[in-house]
Design a protein around this ligand. Sequence first.
Ligand SMILES: *[C@@H]1O[C@H](CO)[C@@H](O)[C@H](O)[C@H]1NC(C)=O
Ligand SMILES: *[C@@H]1O[C@H](CO)[C@@H](O)[C@H](O)[C@H]1NC(C)=O
Ligand SMILES: *[C@@H]1O[C@H](CO)[C@@H](O)[C@H](O)[C@H]1NC(C)=O
Ligand SMILES: *[C@@H]1O[C@H](CO)[C@@H](O)[C@H](O)[C@H]1NC(C)=O
Ligand SMILES: *[C@@H]1O[C@H](CO)[C@@H](O)[C@H](O)[C@H]1NC(C)=O
Ligand SMILES: *[C@@H]1O[C@H](CO)[C@@H](O)[C@H](O)[C@H]1NC(C)=O
Ligand SMILES: *[C@@H]1O[C@H](CO)[C@@H](O)[C@H](O)[C@H]1NC(C)=O
Ligand SMILES: *[C@@H]1O[C@H](CO)[C@@H](O)[C@H](O)[C@H]1NC(C)=O
Ligand SMILES: *[C@@H]1O[C@H](CO)[C@@H](O)[C@H](O)[C@H]1NC(C)=O
Ligand SMILES: *[C@@H]1O[C@H](CO)[C@@H](O)[C@H](O)[C@H]1NC(C)=O
Ligand SMILES: *[C@@H]1O[C@H](CO)[C@@H](O)[C@H](O)[C@H]1NC(C)=O
Length: 713
Amino acid sequence: MGVLISKLLQLISFNGVILLIAMVAAAAAQAKPVCDNMCGDVEIPYPFGLSTSEECYLGKNFNISCNSSDHTPIIGNVRVTNISIKDHEMYVMASVAEACYHSNGSHEYSFTTLFSGGIFTICTTKNQFTVLGCDTTGIISGTKNGTDYTTGCISRCNNRSDAINGSCSGVGCCNIGFPDGLESFEVELSSFQNHTNVWNFNPCSYAFVVKKGNFSFSTDYLQKWPHKRLPIVLDWAIGNETCDEARKKRDFACRNPNSECHDPETRRGYQCKCKQGYQGNPYLPHGCQDINECKDQTHTCSRADGCVNTEGNYTCRCPKWYHGDGTKDAEGCAADFVLIIQIAIGSGVGFICMFLFTSWMYFVYKKRKIMKLREKFFQQNGGLILEQRLGRQEGSTETLKIFTVEQLQKATKNYDESLIIGRGGFGTVYKGILADNKIVAIKKSKIEDENQIEQFINEVVVLSQINHRHVVKLLGCCLETQVPLLVYEFVSNGTLFKYIHQEINASTFPWETRLRIAAETAEALWYLHSTTSIPIIHRDVKSTNILLDDDFTAKVSDFGTSRLVPRDQKQLATVVQGTLGYLDPEYLQTNQLTEKSDVYSFGVVLVELLTGKVALSFARSEEQRSLAMYFISSIKEEKIFEILENHIIAEGNQEQIQQFVELARSCLAVKGDERPTMREVAMELERIRNMHKHPSVNLEVNSKEVEHLLAET
Ligand SMILES: *[C@@H]1O[C@H](CO)[C@@H](O)[C@H](O)[C@H]1NC(C)=O
Ligand SMILES: *[C@@H]1O[C@H](CO)[C@@H](O)[C@H](O)[C@H]1NC(C)=O
Ligand SMILES: *[C@@H]1O[C@H](CO)[C@@H](O)[C@H](O)[C@H]1NC(C)=O
Ligand SMILES: *[C@@H]1O[C@H](CO)[C@@H](O)[C@H](O)[C@H]1NC(C)=O
Ligand SMILES: *[C@@H]1O[C@H](CO)[C@@H](O)[C@H](O)[C@H]1NC(C)=O
Ligand SMILES: *[C@@H]1O[C@H](CO)[C@@H](O)[C@H](O)[C@H]1NC(C)=O
Ligand SMILES: *[C@@H]1O[C@H](CO)[C@@H](O)[C@H](O)[C@H]1NC(C)=O
Ligand SMILES: *[C@@H]1O[C@H](CO)[C@@H](O)[C@H](O)[C@H]1NC(C)=O
Ligand SMILES: *[C@@H]1O[C@H](CO)[C@@H](O)[C@H](O)[C@H]1NC(C)=O
Ligand SMILES: *[C@@H]1O[C@H](CO)[C@@H](O)[C@H](O)[C@H]1NC(C)=O
Ligand SMILES: *[C@@H]1O[C@H](CO)[C@@H](O)[C@H](O)[C@H]1NC(C)=O
């Protein structure tokens, strides 16, 4: 079925006639002086030559014969139409492989033309392999550097009307690329059914390599094929060696001093090219001639009359208008030029200075405006009050840092939404990273009226005096913005509230941890009430204001409503502030703020820790709505174990829980006087914690102490 319809043809034979040729300096000619260089209207440049003499071409591979009857140059079996020395290309007309069938299935075929000898290669970027027919397989196989390659394509169709003009995509016509740089190739055609089904409209198959852009499919070709030959572009080079190898040989072709040797990328052999600034035929002794750039207008001089051609290049002289007599040489011209440039630079510099000065003035003006605004904010935000109050307490200012707007903007990526870690009535809290990589929490306070400014300053002042490991540390503040900003140490694990009510996971939050957090919080509140120079009442103790760090160490935060209580005053009359569910009922009635209000609120936190229930829930029945009331009534009805968190009962020491319950109850006493002080609470919690470590020894004493404590309150 397969029909091999082409074979390799030997192209070139050698005919040994030697002539000595006198060298005549006619270098621009493309062929050697005494050699014929025209065949019909095609010029044959050296290293190619017409077959009059061996000296006229470079070895037998470059021998071209001229058909005496129709005057066309022939090499091997292809007709040459053009030869390019510069691009090392040869344009040839090559014949088409053809297989024609009879209606009974027998067929005749014709050869296609091929070439060998190694100097020509066929490049796939400039040519393509095309197959025509409706029952056709076309295969191209070739060799390259001693290796064989084969590829091909199939085109089938049942009806002439299926084929489309100009489209070569497998219906009546297909084309395909092939390995780059084949040194020879052959084409094979075959058919599935010897065209018997399509014979009436397509009796023949064709296959050929054609220069890209020189073939367009027409459906008429299925019936009647007009082309005997089609154009192909061949690449050529000298020999089969690299430049380095060839340079050592006597017959090296790039001997011309103005020529250079190049190794082509996709093939063997070497190519000669004229150096930059020269043009012509690099294979001829004086073939590379200087390019007169001034004449060609390819120079880059500003004026044509300033261009002077030199060997291999050109120079630019200064134009005539510049120095009048036109006699100055390049150096003088350059000197004058420098002068002009200096003047130009001089005025340029002046202009730039003016510009810079104006910009600077504008910048200063802008900056001053911003500074004024910041100063305004600083005052508006109570900066003066703060300075006054900080001034009164020596030693405390040095720990408090005043941040600039830019520092905090950078730290919070310009208050990026993704960095928000808390939001509430108090404002927004961002996580920030300072320039020294310290992680901080930045609170953007929400301040609507002047009264709140005092509250804000209050928090700054209160916190600036406190340095306790269970109190969130205030690192500094920034007052230059419209809303004041406070910078705190960053407490990584969020609020106690979150752990009690939202992340219900007994394993990460066991009884022991709860007990420790209670003790640490109590210690912090005791410190606030007593240790600092002026007692501080927190006024808003609740589980959301107790933060936890990496190892669940408690840190008391949010001093927005706290009050400093002068030593000589036991209680303060204020507007009632705090959070429902935690509010001291006595304070609510009397408006008299005492330390015991914090004790009550802390009591509610203790009950939260015990029961895992929120301080105030409208989901619970009316009597149970307030957790404090619910807790007290449960104790009275002796149903206390029903409301405790299950896993606490499971893991806790009964005795410990009992005493913790007692302590919470004492903190929740209606009358402030009956509640223990924060100091007592802290010590009691410490004792309860230690009990666990020596359970049997201290049991008796402990319960007595509690009784004593309760009796006292
Ligand atoms: C060049 O080739 C032609 C035919 O292709 C041949 O007749 C001629 O003798 C050859 N010339 C030389 C010098 O080999
Ligand atoms: C020369 O040209 C004639 C007329 O085109 C042709 O018949 C003949 O075969 C050609 N000779 C060669 C050697 O190609
Ligand atoms: C041959 O090619 C060169 C450029 O490659 C072109 O200038 C010239 O006109 C072409 N000659 C013919 C006869 O096609
Ligand atoms: C097929 O037909 C052609 C002419 O149409 C004839 O020359 C050939 O001998 C036939 N072949 C067979 C095998 O019949
Ligand atoms: C040609 O083949 C030889 C070995 O067969 C190899 O060493 C050489 O690199 C090849 N050249 C190219 C250009 O592929
Ligand atoms: C070919 O197509 C034409 C028009 O589309 C149709 O009339 C004809 O029947 C088709 N022939 C075959 C063999 O399918
Ligand atoms: C394709 O173009 C040829 C003329 O080049 C025309 O005769 C033929 O009818 C066209 N075929 C189609 C399907 O348009
Ligand atoms: C096609 O032709 C070949 C040789 O002429 C023959 O061996 C083959 O059987 C034919 N195939 C068909 C399908 O007619
Ligand atoms: C090939 O195409 C070019 C332009 O693309 C054209 O000038 C040239 O005549 C064509 N050659 C042939 C043989 O059709
Ligand atoms: C290179 O060409 C020479 C002569 O043209 C030949 O003898 C030699 O075998 C070729 N070398 C290769 C690797 O093809
Ligand atoms: C030609 O001269 C210009 C300066 O006039 C220089 O930049 C360029 O490199 C020169 N070219 C060559 C090939 O020497």
